[in-house]
Write a protein of this length. Structure first.
Length: 171
């Protein structure tokens, strides 16, 4: 039987720097739900950081772990999940989220994304000479898939409160 709306998790998807973790944490507070960042959960389960996982085991191994961790988290019942930027690209993960969650694409423009990721450099995909070009490529590749999310919310620059309110108004 399908999972009733009230028992669904809220799952934030979108590119690195879209604000999934910050918005997710505040959203969870506002809704009285637990918050989990799937990247953090993968690191905890692996006992390694994400750059270490990429370096030692490769991206494919990271993606396998990501798929398993998200499937397990979704079993726990209603909570707010912030997923890593690549998670929603996986077909199985999309199906799992569709079965037990409401997916929300936090969409931001390139300048906003670049400004936000600039502050944190623990993202293996952006450790290149031209992170902006990589981000643009990821936008082209991923936006058609992110667009399959149940809702799309613009993640604007500045404080995330208006984004949080926007999400609450639309779920
Ligand atoms: C990735 C995004 C990261 C992390 C990993 C790969 C991606 O998560 O999962 O570095 O493929 O976009 P954030 O979106 O939280 O930075």
């Amino acid at each position: 039987a399908p999972v009733p709306v009230a028992e669904r998790s809220i799952v934030l998807v979108g590119l690195m720097g879209a604000g999934k973790t910050t918005v997710g944490r505040r959203l969870a507070q506002r809704l009285g739900l637990a918050f989990v960042d799937t990247d953090t959960e993968i690191e905890r389960a692996a006992g390694e950081t994400i750059p270490e996982i990429f370096e030692r085991h490769g991206e494919a191994a990271f993606r396998d772990g990501e798929r398993r961790v998200i499937a397990r988290l979704l079993e726990r019942g209603p909570q707010v999940l912030a997923t890593g930027g690549g998670a929603f690209m996986d077909e199985t993960t999309r199906a799992n989220i569709a079965a037990r969650g409401i997916s929300i694409w936090l969409k931001a423009d390139l300048d906003v994304l670049m400004k936000r990721v600039g502050r944190r450099s623990n993202r293996p995909l952006l450790k290149t000479d031209n992170p902006r070009a990589v981000m643009e490529h990821l936008m082209t590749q991923r936006y058609p898939v992110y667009a399959q999310a149940d809702l799309t919310v613009e993640s604007v620059e500045g404080p995330h409160d208006s984004v949080v309110e926007d999400v609450i108004a639309r779920i």
